[in-house]
Write a protein that binds this ligand. Structure first.
Ligand SMILES: Cc1cc2nc3c(=O)[nH]c(=O)nc-3n(C[C@H](O)[C@H](O)[C@H](O)COP(=O)(O)O)c2cc1C
Ligand code: SF4
Length: 725
C-alpha cells in the first residue's frame, strides 16, 4: 500500500551541513547497556532502526575519555582505536541500510562514577554531585579546560574514523560538563567561564568551534541542548538562557537537538502515566524561533498525524524518538507503506529505562520483545522464520499479554492453525483492566497492537467466553498446547516481607479487597477510610491509593519497603508519584508491616524496631501483597503425559505469569521466545545465544571472525560463542 500523501513531509530529505538525511526521522541518543561492552549487539540493535526507516540513528551517550567512566552503567566509548573498530561495525551497517550514524560525545564530570578507572573527575566548580551525592570533583583550571576540550576533539576525530556522519556535542539533562558550565546551579566560577551567560557558555562554544574545526567539513555537527532544566532561577530557563545559548551557538551547529529537564530525567523521558505525546512542545516553541538551523525534538511521538502537525506548525524540522523507535524500529517504514495500524506504539512504561537504571542490564522493551535480541538471538522485529511443522495446530489457553504475543508470533511463523482461547469476553488478561487505572490508559496499546495483528492473520481463531478444563484441552485436537493462564493477587495477604498470610486478611470479607476484585468485579471499599498495603513495590499500590484518593476516600498507604513504589524509581515515575500522592493528601507510612486486620482496625509495626507498633483506624484494607500463578490447569496436564501422548499432543508448555508472576515485559518476552523456538528439540529450554565476552585462548581475530560471519547472517556460524543458559 502507498503512503497517505499527508505524510509526505515526513519523508522529505533534509540537509544538515555536509550531510543529508534521507527523511525527517531521527532516532534520538539512548542507552541500551550494549555500548562498549557488546559491539555486535550495538551494531545490530542500532542498524535495525535504519532498516526500519530512521534517517539518522544515534549511539547512546559516548564517553570521550577514561576520566568519564560510568561503570557500572554501560555507555558507548571513544577512548581508543579498539572503540573505533567496534563502533565502525555499527556505522557500516547503518550505511549499508542508507542511513546516517550519529555519536553523542559525553564528559560526565562529577556525575560519572569512574568505578572502573578510579580517576577523580574534573568539574566546573567543586560542589558535590546532586546525582551521586557522595562524589565531588576537582575544580577546573584553565589548563584543565583546554585539556578536556582536547578530549572532545580527539573523540570527534576517532568518531570520524569510525565512520560517524554526525557528531552530537551533548549538553542535556545536566549530565555532561558542557551543560553544567552553562547552568548557574553548577557553575559558581568567578572567572571568564562563570557569571554572565556569555561566560557560562564559553566552554561549550569553544568546544563546538574546536570540534567543528577538526571534523566539521566531513561530519555534521549536532548539539543536544537541554533548553530548560526545570529548576527555576538557578537553572536554564527556555525564555532566557535557552534562547540566549541558541543565539550564541547557532552558527556552530548543523542541527539542534532540543530536550528538557535535568538528571531527574523522567521529565524528558516522560512516562505515559504523567505525560502525553508531544509534551515538550510548549518549551520547544519558545526557543525554536531563534534557531536558524533545523531543530529536532522528542516527546514520545508515535502518531504520524501529530508528527506532521509538529512540522507543519513549525515546532520541529525533524521528529526525534527514543522510546517509539525502541518499541517499533519499523515505525517510519510502516508509515511509508501505508500500514499505520501495524505500528507497535510505545506505551510509555519506561521499562526500557529501568533496565539501564538498575545498572548494566541490557535493553528490554514491553512492546518489542526483539529489542536487544537482534544480534545474540538473531531475532528480527518484523521477520519470522517459517515453522518446520507447518501442518501443526497450536492451542494457546489464555489471551493475556503472553498468550497474545505467543499466538501472534506462532501464526506469523505459519502454523496451520493457532487457536487462542480465553474464559473472559475480551482479549488482554490483566491488561483488560490495568489501563483503567489512573494514568495507565496507554498501556492498553499492548492489547491493541496484538488484536490488530491477530485479526489480520488468517490462521488464527479466537474463542472468547470459553473455559477449557484439562480433559477438553486433551481432546481439543491440538498438536501443541501453550498454557498462559496468568496470575492472581493473593487474597489472604501472603507477602514477600513475612512469607506468611496476614492474620485477619481475607478478601472474602467485605472490608478486604484485592486489585482484581476492585477493577474486575467492581467491589467497593466499605466506609471512607481505606488502607492500601503495598508489599509489591511497583505501580499497583501507589496507583490504587491515587484512585481511591481521587474518588474521595481518606487513604493511608502502608508499605514495609523503604519508600513507596520503589521500583518506579527505575522507570522515572517515582518523583511524580510522590508529588501526586502528597498532593492528594494520602498518608504515606514506609518501613511498616501490617501485623493483623480486624473490623475497623489494622495494626502494624516498624520493620526495624518491632517494639514500635501502630494502629490505624480504618474501614477497608486493599491487599497489594503478591501475585500467585494460576497454574492448576498446567499442573493437571503435565501430570498425565500418557493421555497427552494418546491424544497426539506433542508438547505442553507454559508461559508468562502462569510460570511466575513478573513484569509484563517478561511475560511477553517469554511468549515470544517460545513461539520462535517451539519447533526446536526442547522448546521449554531457550536456545543458546551469542555471548560477547573474551574467551581465554581466543584472539581478536577469532572474535572478528564471528562478527564477520554475522554480516553474512547464517545462524549456524554463531555456534562458536554460544552456550546454553
Ligand atoms: C532507555 C533510554 C535511555 C536514554 N539514554 C539517553 C542518552 O544516553 N543520552 C541522551 O541524551 N538521552 C537519553 N535518553 C533520552 C532520550 O534521548 C529522549 O530525550 C527521551 O527519551 C524523550 O524522547 P522519547 O519520548 O522519544 O523517548 C534516553 C531515553 C531512554 C528511553
Ligand atoms: S519499554 Fe515501554 S516505554 Fe520503553 S520503549 Fe518499550 S513500550 Fe516504550
Amino acid at each position: 500500500m502507498a503512503r497517505n500523501q499527508k505524510y509526505d513531509v515526513l519523508f522529505e530529505p533534509i540537509k544538515l551541513g555536509p550531510k543529508t538525511s534521507k527523511n525527517r526521522f531521527y532516532k534520538a541518543p539512548h542507552c541500551t547497556a550494549l555500548g562498549v561492552e557488546r559491539p555486535g549487539a550495538q551494531a545490530y540493535f542500532r542498524s535495525i532502526a535504519t532498516e526500519g526507516g530512521w534517517g539518522i540513528v544515534n549511539t547512546e551517550y559516548c564517553s570521550i575519555h577514561p576520566e568519564s567512566d560510568d561503570t557500572p552503567y554501560v555507555s558507548a566509548r571513544l577512548w581508543d582505536d579498539g572503540d573505533v573498530r567496534n563502533l565502525a561495525l555499527m556505522c557500516e551497517r547503518i550505511h549499508d541500510q542508507g542511513g546516517l550514524a550519529g555519536v553523542q560525545l559525553w564528559y560526565g564530570s562529577k556525575h560519572a562514577l569512574n568505578y572502573e578507572t578510579r580517576v577523580a573527575p574534573r568539574g566546573v566548580s567543586q560542589v558535590p554531585s546532586d546525582y551521586v551525592p557522595y562524589q565531588s570533583c576537582t575544580s577546573m583550571s584553565k589548563r584543565d579546560i583546554r585539556e578536556i576540550q582536547g578530549f572532545y576533539v580527539a573523540a570527534a576525530e576517532r568518531a570520524r574514523l569510525a565512520g560517524f556522519d554526525m557528531i552530537n556535542v551533548y549538553g542535556g539533562h545536566t549530565h555532561p560538563i558542557l551543560h553544567q558550565f552553562l547552568e548557574p546551579f553548577y557553575n559558581k566560577r568567578t572567572d571568564e567561564y562563570g557569571g554572565t551567560l556569555n561566560n557560562r557558555a564559553r566552554m561549550w562554544l569553544e568546544t563546538l568551534e574546536m570540534v567543528r574545526e577538526a571534523v566539521g567539513d566531513s561530519c555534521a555537527i549536532s548539539c543536544r541542548f537541554g533548553i530548560d532544566t526545570l529548576r527555576g532561577d538557578l537553572g536554564i530557563k527556555a525564555e532566557e538562557d535557552g534562547i540566549g545559548f541558541v543565539q550564541l551557538a547557532d552558527h556552530l551547529v548543523d542541527l539542534w537537538d532540543f530536550t528538557i529537564g535535568n538528571l531527574e530525567w523522567g521529565e524528558d523521558a516522560g512516562p505515559s502515566r504523567f505525560f502525553k505525546e508531544n509534551f515538550q512542545r510548549p518549551l520547544v516553541e519558545i526557543v525554536k524561533p531563534y534557531a536558524s538551523k533545523p531543530v529536532v525534538g522528542v516527546g514520545r511521538f508515535t502518531s504520524p498525524d501529530v508528527m506532521v502537525d509538529a512540522i507543519k506548525r513549525g515546532q520541529l524540522d525533524m521528529i526525534g524518538a527514543a522510546r517509539p523507535s525502541i518499541a517499533d524500529p519499523f515505525l517510519p517504514k510502516k508509515i511509508e507503506e501505508g500500514r499505520n495500524d501495524d505500528i507497535r506504539e510505545c506505551i510509555g512504561c519506561n521499562i526500557c529505562v529501568s533496565r539501564w537504571a538498575i545498572g548494566a542490564a541490557r535493553i528490554a522493551c514491553t512492546q518489542n520483545a526483539t529489542a536487544g535480541e537482534e544480534y545474540r538471538r538473531g531475532w528480527h522485529p518484523e521477520r519470522f522464520s517459517r515453522v518446520a511443522n507447518e501442518d501443526s495446530n497450536v492451542l494457546v489457553v489464555g489471551a493475556g499479554p503472553a498468550g497474545m504475543e505467543c499466538a501472534t508470533v506462532l501464526a506469523k511463523r505459519g502454523f496451520g492453525s493457532v487457536h487462542l482461547v480465553d474464559a473472559a469476553s475480551e482479549l488482554g488478561g490483566s491488561l483488560r483492566w490495568i489501563p483503567r487505572l489512573p494514568g495507565l490508559g496507554e498501556w492498553g496499546r499492548v492489547v491493541d497492537y496484538r488484536r490488530v495483528q491477530l485479526d489480520k492473520l488468517k490462521n488464527v481463531e479466537i474463542n472468547l467466553k470459553t473455559t477449557l478444563d484439562a480433559k477438553m484441552i486433551r481432546e481439543y485436537g491440538a498438536d501443541f498446547v501453550v498454557v498462559a493462564t496468568g496470575s492472581r493477587w493473593a487474597e489472604k495477604g501472603i507477602n514477600g516481607a513475612t512469607h506468611e498470610p496476614i492474620p485477619g486478611a481475607d478478601a472474602s470479607l467485605p472490608y478486604c479487597l484485592t486489585p482484581e476484585q476492585i477493577m474486575v468485579e467492581g467491589k467497593r471499599p466499605v466506609g471512607q477510610r481505606v488502607l492500601v498495603y503495598d508489599c509489591d513495590g511497583y505501580y499497583m499500590g501507589g496507583v490504587l491509593a491515587e484512585k481511591f484518593a481521587r474518588d474521595g476516600y481518606a487513604v493511608t498507604l502502608v508499605t514495609p519497603l523503604s519508600q513507596i513504589s520503589p521500583f518506579t524509581e527505575y522507570t522515572l515515575e517515582l518523583p511524580r508519584i510522590k508529588r501526586t500522592l502528597l498532593g492528594l493528601n494520602v498518608e504515606v507510612v514506609t518501613e511498616h508491616s501490617l501485623d493483623f486486620i480486624e473490623p475497623g482496625i489494622a495494626k502494624g509495626s516498624h520493620i526495624y524496631d518491632p517494639r514500635k507498633s501502630s494502629t490505624w483506624e480504618i474501614d477497608s484494607v486493599v491487599l497489594v501483597t503478591c501475585r500467585n500463578s494460576n497454574e492448576s490447569l498446567f499442573r493437571e496436564l503435565e501430570a498425565d503425559p500418557d493421555t497427552l501422548a494418546r491424544e497426539g499432543i506433542k508438547g505442553v508448555y507454559r508461559i508468562g505469569d502462569c510460570v511466575s508472576p513478573r513484569l509484563i515485559v517478561d511475560a511477553i518476552f517469554e511468549g515470544h521466545r517460545l513461539a520462535r523456538e517451539i519447533d526446536t528439540a526442547n522448546p521449554a529450554v531457550p536456545l543458546p545465544y551469542i555471548r560477547e565476552y573474551r574467551v581465554l585462548g581466543q584472539s581478536d581475530v577469532d572474535f572478528d571472525a564471528v562478527l564477520d560471519s554475522k554480516r553474512a547472517e547464517p545462524r549456524s556460524s554463531r555456534s562458536k560463542f554460544s552456550i546454553s543458559n
